[in-house]
Design a protein around this ligand. Structure first.
Ligand SMILES: *[C@@H]1O[C@H](CO)[C@@H](O)[C@H](O)[C@H]1NC(C)=O
Ligand SMILES: *[C@@H]1O[C@H](CO)[C@@H](O)[C@H](O)[C@H]1NC(C)=O
Ligand SMILES: *[C@@H]1O[C@H](CO)[C@@H](O)[C@H](O)[C@H]1NC(C)=O
Ligand SMILES: *[C@@H]1O[C@H](CO)[C@@H](O)[C@H](O)[C@H]1NC(C)=O
Ligand SMILES: *[C@@H]1O[C@H](CO)[C@@H](O)[C@H](O)[C@H]1NC(C)=O
Ligand SMILES: *[C@@H]1O[C@H](CO)[C@@H](O)[C@H](O)[C@H]1NC(C)=O
Length: 453
């Protein structure tokens, strides 16, 4: 729940004329919203240009005032963790897991790159939109920050002074204090990790396809090893990212990227990744700061475990995969699929990705232990997979008649629910599209509440 409605916060704010300017801006945004809605309802992915222009007009110098009144969310995380665990034991032991109430609505998801995290973001944004929860969103594009943990209030979507948000699921470099200014630290915090070798190779293919800037270290290396970039990387990862240079490392998209996204200090990466104490401290920090680390290789198990911990419904975790793979033919290079690194490559990679590997090796067994404690867990996963496969079939071929829906009946594991063609569309949205949809909805709500106040 948000603390204090937007309108209450506005009344408390001194300097009313600032707000009237904002209201006029809000009017433009509402018009833009109407235009945008028309585009959306026609099923066209609209250009963000008109919309962002209106937002730009409405922007004023008071943005800093709109943020960060409420610095303090520093509650006791370890107490909260215990509470969540016992609740979840109660839930899984109860006779009807589908009749869970008191769903958790304050959720922080630390989105790391290339680990099925866009699929999770899609789930969280749909959850938020269905309940009109406030999401901590950037004004433009997808990242709240990228190369350091500071959250600049100016990059955030318009919000009332001191407003607390419910959900965070956009890319950022996680830092508990920075985030606590916007979402209470009692929120449920979770992340997802992927096998570090798959993650690195997926990142290599992705970044060299979409973000290969001439002159960079990665650019030179990919050209040098053009015949087989995967082998080139496995033999000589340091040629793809200069781990010795702070400048390069902070912009390096391949070097222990999951850890970097979770807040590992990259400023002396070359030394840090060889420092076992430092790595161990980081793993313990993540253990303290997060309630749950999911594992990408067990995606459906992860979703079911998440559902149980959050007291959500099965319908809340239904998904179609997004951003799963790089479009094959966009890449100039041939990418080997089943890579079996040899002994030397493996040793090289273990040094190169030491921080990510330490995280994964800690949290994979933790995850499996958590699953083991759950009652009738695999039964639920099987039921979930079946429903998901029905949804995937329906979405692939919704039999063209408008208004067609797929009905999922009541069962031990779910209340009945239905999936419509437009649900399929939203589930298929790429990251940029769903973030934009959430942004439009939230801004419209924000300005509406201001006009009414
Ligand atoms: C937040 O709480 C801590 C500890 O309770 C306190 O030291 C700090 O001054 C508080 N910060 C703000 C901005 O209220
Ligand atoms: C948080 O709770 C734990 C366990 O209940 C306790 O040991 C610790 O001192 C508490 N920390 C703070 C800052 O209150
Ligand atoms: C489980 O739920 C019951 C109420 O149904 C409650 O009294 C009990 O404290 C809960 N147990 C735990 C461990 O939270
Ligand atoms: C390793 O990391 C620890 C903890 O951050 C630090 O105290 C120590 O100085 C580091 N050692 C080296 C050799 O950098
Ligand atoms: C990629 O190109 C190949 C050969 O030109 C073609 O058969 C394949 O369908 C293409 N794949 C995609 C995803 O467009
Ligand atoms: C669905 O659309 C296809 C063409 O897009 C058409 O051939 C087919 O008859 C339609 N099916 C139904 C049930 O309307």
């Amino acid at each position: 729940m948000t603390e204090g409605s937007v309108s209450e916060n506005i009344k408390k704010t001194p300097g009313g004329n600032q707000w009237s300017r904002l209201r006029i801006g809000g009017f433009f945004v509402l018009i833009a919203f109407v235009i945008a809605s028309v585009y959306v309802s026609n099923g066209i992915i609209f250009s963000a240009v008109h919309f962002n222009h209106a937002v730009e007009n409405s922007r004023n110098e008071n943005l800093n005032d709109l943020t960060r009144e409420n610095q303090n969310g520093t509650q006791n995380k370890s107490q909260e963790k215990t509470q969540i665990k016992t609740q979840s034991e109660n839930v899984s032991q109860s006779k009807s897991p589908n009749l869970v109430v008191d769903e958790i609505q304050q959720v922080i998801f630390a989105k790391v790159h290339k680990a099925a995290s866009s699929t999770l973001q899609n789930i969280l944004l749909r959850f938020a939109m269905a309940r009109e929860l406030d999401v901590l969103l950037p004004r433009a594009q997808d990242h709240i920050n990228e190369f350091g943990p500071k959250i600049d209030p100016k990059v955030l979507i318009e919000h009332a002074r001191g407003q607390q948000f419910n959900i965070l699921c956009n890319h950022l470099v996680f830092n508990a204090q920075e985030v606590a200014a916007y979402i209470p630290s009692s929120a449920f915090r979770f992340g997802i990790l992927r096998d570090p070798l798959s993650q690195a190779l997926s990142a290599l293919q992705y970044y060299t396809t979409y973000y290969l800037n001439p002159g960079t270290t990665m650019w030179s290396a990919v050209r040098k090893y053009a015949r087989d970039p995967v082998k080139g990387f496995l033999d000589n990862p340091h040629e793809f990212c200069n781990e010795r240079s702070a400048y390069e490392t902070q912009r390096c998209t391949l070097d222990n990227r999951m850890s970097m996204d979770l807040g590992f200090d990259t400023s002396r990466m070359f030394q840090s990744k060889r420092n076992k104490t430092k790595i161990q401290e980081f793993v313990s920090q993540i253990e303290r700061q997060f309630d749950l680390m999911l594992i990408s290789e067990y995606f459906d198990e992860s979703m079911v475990l998440l559902r149980r911990y959050l007291h959500w419904q099965m319908k809340d975790i239904i998904y179609l995969r997004v951003n799963a793979a790089v479009a094959e033919n966009k890449s100039k290079y041939v990418w080997r699929r089943d890579v079996q690194p040899d002994t030397i490559q493996l040793r090289t990679f273990k040094q190169w990705a030491a921080v990510d590997i330490a995280l994964y090796e800690h949290f994979l067994p933790e995850f499996l232990k958590k699953i083991k404690k759950e009652h009738l867990f695999h039964e639920e996963v099987a039921a979930f997979k079946e429903v998901r496969s029905n949804v995937a079939d329906f979405c692939k071929n919704p039999r063209n008649s408008t208004g067609q829906v797929l009905n999922i009946p009541d069962s031990r594991w779910t209340q009945k629910f239905s999936v419509s063609v437009s649900d399929c569309e939203v589930m298929r949205f790429a990251e940029a599209q769903i973030v934009q949809k959430a942004r439009i909805q939230q801004l419209a709500r924000f300005y509406r509440s201001q006009r009414l106040s």
